[in-house]
Design a protein around this ligand. Structure first.
Ligand SMILES: Nc1ncnc2c1ncn2[C@@H]1O[C@H](COP(=O)(O)OP(=O)(O)OP(=O)(O)O)[C@@H](O)[C@H]1O
Length: 253
């Protein structure tokens, strides 16, 4: 099997002496959409945050596109990290800027000088690439619209286009559809699956709706109290497993 785009082993994290992640191992390959499931507080977001560098693991090994992050620093670390892009539930876009400018921001790690300071100086090449990314998510016709005027589902698609403009191999989506209505959620999940399958991206998405995982993901990873309790194709998810992951008795604080 080809090398995993994201490989995590023995990941551990505690907050204030309380274990939040314990010996977490998993891989995500290019071409697959993996859904992270589990009750509130089971450690899903912390897992993605450790991969993205937004939380510092206590132990463990994280590899992005074959490159181990531990031991890297400065520009090397920033470059390795830029292989993974994060798409959040609360969409981190600049509402008063156009969709196109927001998407261009995904490519800023590759530019220097004035272009990295103001959209006024974005190069034609960057704008063309951003436009292609907007086209990929079906929003080319809204490129010059201010993002604040777009719907939640459209904004999430702009955020995904920004991740594409970053040329990331790994897309980390933390509750990408939690704030969306059912139709928009279906649309965004279908887009994430399409990007995994057609653009050969590795997509890891935290979801609160197992039925969305079953419909759109290839594999599910279920977390229970910071440990992996399930890691298999979504076809193997059943009532018993979902009960284990979500039952109040097992998830009592
Ligand atoms: N910065 C932090 N400081 C202290 N505790 C934290 C911090 N971030 C997360 N935690 C705790 O770590 C545990 C796991 O949180 P995490 O957000 O990873 O869970 P989750 O599975 O994503 O939950 P949810 O579905 O509610 O988003 C929780 O008990 C949470 O309170």
């Amino acid at each position: 099997m080809q090398q995993a785009a994201l490989s995590v082993s023995s990941l551990a994290k505690s907050y204030n002496g309380r274990t939040v992640l314990d010996d977490v191992d998993f891989q995500v390959h290019r071409g697959e959409l993996v859904a992270f499931l589990g009750a509130n507080g089971s450690g899903k977001s912390t897992t993605l945050k450790c991969v993205a560098g937004l939380a510092e693991p206590d132990a463990g090994r994280i590899e992005l596109d074959g490159q181990q992050l531990a031991g890297l620093s400065g520009r090397q670390l920033a470059l390795a990290r830029s292989t993974a892009a994060m798409v959040f539930q609360k969409i981190h876009l600049v509402p008063r800027r156009t969709a196109l400018d927001n998407v261009c921001a995904g490519g800023l790690a590759r530019v220097s000088g004035l272009a990295s300071v103001s959209p006024m100086f974005f190069s034609r090449q960057l704008r063309e690439e951003a436009m292609a990314c907007l086209d990929r998510v079906g929003l080319a016709d809204r490129a010059l619209e201010k993002v604040g005027r777009l719907s939640g589902g459209q904004q999430q698609r702009v955020a995904i286009a920004r991740a594409l403009c970053q040329r990331a191999a790994v897309l980390l989506a933390d509750e990408p559809v939690s704030a969306l209505d059912p139709n928009a959620a279906e649309h965004v999940m279908a887009l994430l699956a399409e990007l995994a399958h057609e653009e050969n991206l590795a997509v890891a998405a935290v979801l609160h709706q197992p039925e969305l995982a079953i419909r759109h993901a290839d594999r599910a990873i279920g977390l229970l109290h910071g440990s992996i309790a399930f890691n298999a194709p979504v076809a193997e998810l059943n009532e018993k497993i979902l009960h284990t992951l979500y039952s109040p008795e097992r998830n009592a604080a």
